[in-house]
Design a protein around this ligand. Structure first.
Ligand SMILES: *Cc1c(COP(=O)(O)O)cnc(C)c1O
Ligand SMILES: [Zn+2]
Length: 434
């Protein structure tokens, strides 16, 4: 792997000298293509477009790269040659997320009318803080270290706050994270238990995000790395590892269809980027694939735009039980529309009731307890299979991004004990359970 060092010329973290983020060679604007040095910046100085990490693509034999990856650790760092992290990243204190299970979901396939052996659940509830957010935070942590930040922060719909708190604890950094004040108890406890500061904001996620943007520009936020704001280009790259893992776990094959939840839309766009990289590197055979995006009806700005044929996404005020997806003004919305249209996929939404049904369906068929975000994704997959938009004879991967233990309230009203009996056999028989 070519390790390149690039001097930082910007940022308020006070770091000087060179930045080693492995194969990352700079930042480039997703709108106008302008290049910038690696640094804690996220918007283009020319056109204000969002920035993304640019690479020195590893050259050479795909077989050698594949072998190198396969002999790496069983976590996201097996893909370090493709990520903005230093080569020795696996030796540093971090949570080593990733390499979660790809579950062949034959029982679920039978219920949904999908051909046996063709339906898979990528179960990211198996990460250290039980959501896919550990992947993105692990990248942001490396950028924070490279830029000399001592406080990790974020605006969060819940899962990110816990992932940042845990990663900072492990790395020995301070954390101070911001969430809407009315989140599920499971997410609040999970975010608080790692000992960092947790601040509830009276408002929704979009208010929290706006507040964080203000804090970044203020002396009070000096030395703070906001993983999803000023470190966003690096953070976002973490989602590529989902694409890499899915393909490697399918035997270095692209799936035909993949269903992904949308909050800001970052994850969906970076899974597509990851698939494209694997094709360019010759690690998988180049063939078409379709990407489908999932939203809750109560926060469906991208789905509405998709169905209306619009290129711009009109913000909504979220009202749904899928709180981890409740971003009414999704930053990557237009890019999601592009990708779903370009690949021949779609964006669809489901009601809160369908979300709960899908949570129970997955639990009942495969023994996987997902949170409301996963219920949204599976609910949309089911709807698209029934509508004929997802082909039941092709390989489909549904991404489960979080753990049902964090959103117990969603299913508590419709689940419970079958019976309460006295501790004797007569009572057991009376209850009709024998
Ligand atoms: C954050 C999150 C997502 C998606 O996030 P994006 O902002 O679209 O990248 C999906 N599922 C869960 C559970 C999440 O916490
Ligand atoms: Zn630009």
């Amino acid at each position: 792997m070519a390790v390149q060092t690039v001097a930082t010329t910007n940022g308020s973290a006070g770091s000087t000298g060179s930045v080693d983020l492995g194969p990352a060679s700079g930042l480039s604007c997703r709108e106008c293509g302008e290049r910038f040095d690696l640094g804690p910046i996220f918007a283009c100085e020319v056109c204000f477009g969002p920035l993304e990490v640019a690479y020195d693509v590893p050259s050479g034999d795909p077989e050698a790269l594949r072998e190198r990856i396969e002999s790496g650790p069983e976590n996201i760092w097996r893909y370090a040659p493709l990520l903005p992290v230093p080569a020795d990243v696996a030796d540093k204190p971090n949570l080593n997320p990733g390499w979660t299970k790809l579950v062949q979901a034959d029982n679920l396939a039978r219920e949904l009318g999908v051909e046996a052996g063709k339906l898979f659940v990528k179960d990211d509830s198996g990460n250290p803080t039980h959501s896919f957010k550990d992947r993105v935070v692990a990248q942001a942590l490396e950028a924070a270290r490279a830029f000399g930040y001592t406080t990790l922060s974020c605006s969060s719909t819940g899962n990110l706050a816990g992932a940042v708190g845990a990663a900072a604890a492990r790395a020995g950094l301070r954390s101070c994270v911001f969430i809407p004040h009315d989140l599920e108890q499971g997410k609040v406890v999970m975010a608080a238990v790692y000992g960092g500061e947790l601040v509830g904001i009276e408002g929704n996620y979009d208010d929290v995000n706006r507040f964080c943007s203000e804090l970044i520009g203020d002396p009070a936020g000096e030395g703070w790395g906001f993983v999803n704001v000023n470190l966003r280009p690096y953070y976002a790259e973490g989602s590529k590892t989902l694409a890499y893992e899915i393909c490697e776990q399918l035997g270095w094959r692209l799936p035909d269809q993949i269903v992904i939840p949308i909050a800001s839309g970052s994850q969906l766009t970076k899974i597509d980027k990851g698939l494209q990289e694997l094709i360019k590197l010759g690690l998988v055979e180049d063939k078409p694939y379709k990407i489908f995006g999932a939203q809750a009806e109560g926060c469906s700005p991208v789905s509405v735009a998709f169905k209306a044929g619009h290129d711009v996404v009109k913000p909504q005020k979220p009202d749904t039980i899928a709180k981890s997806l409740a971003i009414g003004n999704p930053a990557d919305g237009p890019y999601v529309l592009d990708i779903c249209r370009r690949t021949g996929g779609a964006v669809e939404d489901v009601t809160d009731e369908q979300i709960v049904d899908a949570i129970k369906l997955l639990a009942r068929t495969e023994g996987i307890f997902t949170e409301t975000a996963g219920g949204t994704t599976l609910g949309v997959a089911k709807k698209l299979i029934e509508a004929g938009a997802i082909d039941p004879s092709l390989t489909t991967v549904v991404v489960n991004t979080g753990d049902g233990l964090k959103t117990l309230d969603a299913v508590a009203p419709t689940t419970g004990m079958t019976a309460v009996i006295r501790p004797n056999l007569d009572s057991f028989r009376e209850a009709g359970l024998a």
